[in-house]
Design a protein around this ligand. Structure first.
Ligand SMILES: Cc1cc2nc3c(=O)[nH]c(=O)nc-3n(C[C@H](O)[C@H](O)[C@H](O)COP(=O)(O)O)c2cc1C
Length: 187
């Protein structure tokens, strides 16, 4: 209230109205965020591990925020939280890998989403020469991209990659994430 009393004139009234409405606006924003989260829980996504190797050190993160951009040129984008340990190095990496997980690879998804398992992440199951981004053996698909652009947006950065190499596994059983759970579909 002392803040409100310190304000005077038309500006003061507008500022006071804004202050009084702030809790309402914050509650509306929270509700919108919750509804959006519920909506996104109803969207099935493939699960990927984004991999890079910078200064001889392999790094990766589980990510569902991956999307094709176009076939001409073959290109895709990935969205990485700025708080993720891989984020800063993504800015330095010339290339990144998108390893689309197979339904057999739920453990890999959990490992690359768990801060406590950093040391184990590349211990086995990866081809890694550190010239190319690490490639997960047995992945549903492994796509090597040249990182050509990035854009900051809110809590995340969007990294755009030009596809340079693709390896696919013949049986089609990708790991999916829906409503907070892993599942699979397949032919
Ligand atoms: C199914 C699933 C999907 C995820 N998708 C993303 C994503 O698209 N982008 C992102 O930045 N983090 C995503 N995360 C969160 C990161 O995997 C998680 O924060 C990870 O621990 C960050 O790596 P760090 O521990 O090395 O910082 C996802 C987690 C899970 C379980």
């Amino acid at each position: 209230m002392s803040l409100l009393l310190g304000l005077s004139g038309g500006d003061g009234v507008a500022a006071a109205a804004r202050l009084l409405h702030l809790p309402v606006l914050m509650a509306v924003q929270r509700q919108l965020t919750d509804s959006f989260r519920q909506a996104m829980r109803r969207v099935a996504s493939t699960v990927n591990v984004i991999s890079i190797c910078v200064d001889g050190r392999p790094l990766g993160i589980t990510a569902t925020a991956v999307s094709t951009i176009s076939m001409d040129p073959p290109s895709l984008l990935v969205c990485i939280n700025r708080a993720a340990s891989v984020h800063a190095q993504m800015e330095d990496a010339s290339h990144f890998g998108v390893n689309v997980l197979h339904r057999d690879q739920e453990e890999i998804a959990q490992m690359f989403a768990d801060r406590g398992q950093h040391a184990l992440r590349f211990a086995s199951g990866w081809e890694n020469d550190c010239v190319n981004p690490p490639r997960l053996i047995g992945a549903q698909a492994a796509v090597r991209c040249r990182r050509i652009d990035s854009h900051a947006f809110g809590t995340h950065s969007i990294f755009i990659g030009l596809v340079e190499d693709v390896v696919v596994r013949d049986d089609v059983h990708p790991l999916l994430y829906l409503n907070g759970r892993y599942l699979s579909v397949g032919e």
